[in-house]
Design a protein around this ligand. Structure first.
Ligand SMILES: [Zn+2]
Length: 168
């Protein structure tokens, strides 16, 4: 691999994503965050949900990240790895798949967040693994990395709709 930065472990990159999710929560967003690792192993982009800030239910961390990455490095993101603190929804998975992301590493599961939120977290109930199998060109998928830590950030998160805020 070219470049001077060594590849780190999946746990290392996810721990960096966790910090971003925690920062998102401090800003009033739900603690969803993602980062992009280049083929050389560098963290080249980071994102978190901006649903509350932009009042837009589609402003998910992973979709925002991939669209920025396509503009900067794309359109073909072969060789790049996407780390996300929660299993991506159908929109985000499809965005990554279309951009030809090579590797997807996820923290907690969508089902776990749904359960913790008492069903308030609103997403299409289709797993990343199922979508990956359906796609025909599978992404290397590594699931449940630091899953407990990623889920724990949601324990006191506000999923509700109130005072004009939106959650997603
Ligand atoms: Zn999403």
């Amino acid at each position: 691999m070219p470049g001077s930065s060594p590849m780190h472990s999946d746990t290392y990159y996810m721990s960096e994503a966790l910090k971003l999710a925690d920062a998102a929560k401090a800003k009033g967003e739900l603690p969803f965050a993602a980062l992009l690792v280049s083929p050389a192993g560098d963290i080249v982009l980071t994102e978190h949900d901006r649903v509350a800030e932009l009042r837009d239910y589609t402003q998910h961390a992973e979709t925002r990240l991939v669209k920025t990455a396509c503009a900067k490095f794309g359109p073909d993101l072969t060789g790049y790895a996407l780390y996300t603190t929660c299993e991506p929804c159908a929109m985000c998975f499809t965005t990554a798949w279309l951009a030809r992301i090579s590797k997807l590493v996820t923290g907690t599961s969508m089902a776990a967040v749904y359960e913790l939120s008492g069903g308030q977290q609103r997403e299409m109930p289709i797993s990343a693994g199922t979508m990956n199998r359906m796609g025909g060109h599978a992404i290397e998928l590594v699931e449940l990395v630091l899953a407990d830590e990623c889920l724990a950030l949601f324990e006191d998160a506000d999923f509700g709709l109130h005072d004009g805020q939106v959650s997603g």
